[in-house]
Design a protein around this ligand. Structure first.
Ligand SMILES: [Zn+2]
Length: 392
């Protein structure tokens, strides 16, 4: 009897170790393994660049996947690129938190199907809500809820912006208290709708204000630049775009196939953005925008948000992103250019969020004017959001 009790206790002990390892250590390790930086903080820039950075009244970034990972964003973390303390340290005004709900195995830029998914197992291991394990809408809603919970627990330090009036209130409060920051919710890939048009309302009600039709594989809305069909928008895709624009949700064309881009520009009645992109003019890959499409985004009154990692800029340097920014300014003017890092997007990023002053330094080196740097670092996002978010 005693011996069997001993065996039972040892088995329970081993089980406890396995559970701890799989639910705490492995998810943290995944975050650490996939989200790396080329340049480690702290970052040093010239006095001129730092002074200009310190004087910026609105600093914004249009893309970050931090919600995908099991990370307490209220703590300053050693892994990943974004959390609320680092946003405040970098004086960031607004960060897009873009939700990823499905990522195929062996992801590549040319030819992915949606048959496999790398997120399901980590989600179970991270002990996320059960309805987010196998249901993509549930998975998106869980990430929306997580951001709102960070807001609640932040004691006023972090806000989720959902409307023009939220943004105005926040900006007026920030004048008296610089140590506050904010984010808004986006989605990468509308397979998160689980094929149902009415889920646009559900996601809107959960706070989502920007959505990209596709991510790395084709879905019910149409073809991804990295999918198999390279198709345009389906009828369902057209219905979704129409419904989103009626609700003043922002269309993000990142990852769309060239055919889908043509279709979106044709039916869209509002400005469209690319939340994280490179440009073919400095880095010719399928994920990057052609001159023709850069001009179309500008003509719509939208935003081209330049990414900060090698596959988008063809180099692992801040200078390569600055070069893409300069290319856009020379082609379409400075009013439609922004930052769209892809922080925490399972990539090696040039720097973490506290490295944003380096972008000012590299833009100065390229001869970009202070006025244009202010626009790119956030001025354009401020103007765009005040015009295009839902009013209330
Ligand atoms: Zn992406």
């Amino acid at each position: 009897m005693k011996r069997s009790k001993k065996i039972l206790l040892s088995m329970l002990f081993i089980l406890a170790i396995i559970i701890t390892a799989t639910t705490i250590i492995i998810p943290k390790d995944l975050d650490k393994k996939y989200n790396t930086v080329t340049l480690e903080p702290p970052y040093m820039v010239s006095q001129k660049a730092q002074q200009l950075y310190n004087s910026l009244d609105f600093i914004a970034d249009m893309h970050c996947d931090a919600l995908l990972w099991k990370r307490d964003l209220l703590k300053k973390n050693t892994q990943g690129s974004v959390d609320i303390p680092r946003m405040i340290a970098a004086n960031v005004t607004l960060q897009a938190f873009t939700i990823v709900t499905k990522a195929p195995k062996n992801m590549n830029f040319d030819n992915n199907t949606g048959e496999t998914d790398q997120i399901t197992i980590p989600y179970i291991l991270q002990r996320r809500p059960i309805n987010s394990w196998f249901n993509l809408t549930g998975r998106a809603l869980a990430q929306c809820k997580a951001l709102h919970q960070f807001e609640k627990r932040s004691k006023g330090k972090f806000r989720v912006i959902e409307s023009v009036s939220d943004l105005q209130q926040y900006l007026s409060d920030k004048e008296n208290n610089h140590a506050i920051t904010a984010g808004f919710l986006g989605i990468e890939g509308m397979h998160a709708l689980s094929g149902k048009l009415e889920n646009v309302d559900k996601l809107y009600d959960a706070g989502v204000r920007m959505m990209a039709p596709v991510h790395f594989f084709d879905n019910k809305l149409g073809g991804s630049a990295h999918g198999v069909s390279k198709d345009g928008l389906t009828d369902f895709g057209k219905q979704v775009i129409k419904k989103m624009q009626e609700k003043n949700m922002i269309i993000d064309i990142a990852h769309s196939s060239p055919k889908m881009l043509d279709n979106i520009f044709k039916i869209s009645t509002k400005p469209v953005v690319s939340s994280h992109t490179g440009v073919q003019g400095t880095c010719k890959t399928v994920r990057n925008l052609s001159d023709k499409n850069l001009k179309k985004i500008a003509a719509s009154g939208g935003l081209i948000s330049i990414a900060m990692f090698k596959p988008a800029t063809c180099d692992s340097t801040v200078a390569s992103s600055a070069k893409a920014i300069k290319y856009c300014i020379d082609l379409i003017g400075a009013d439609y250019v922004a930052l769209g890092s892809d922080f925490d997007g399972a990539i090696e990023i040039h720097t973490d969020i506290t490295g944003l002053p380096l972008y000012v330094e590299e833009m100065l080196k390229l001869g970009i004017s202070e006025e244009d740097i202010r626009k790119v670092m956030g001025g354009n996002v401020k103007r765009f959001m005040l015009k295009n978010l839902p009013k209330e």
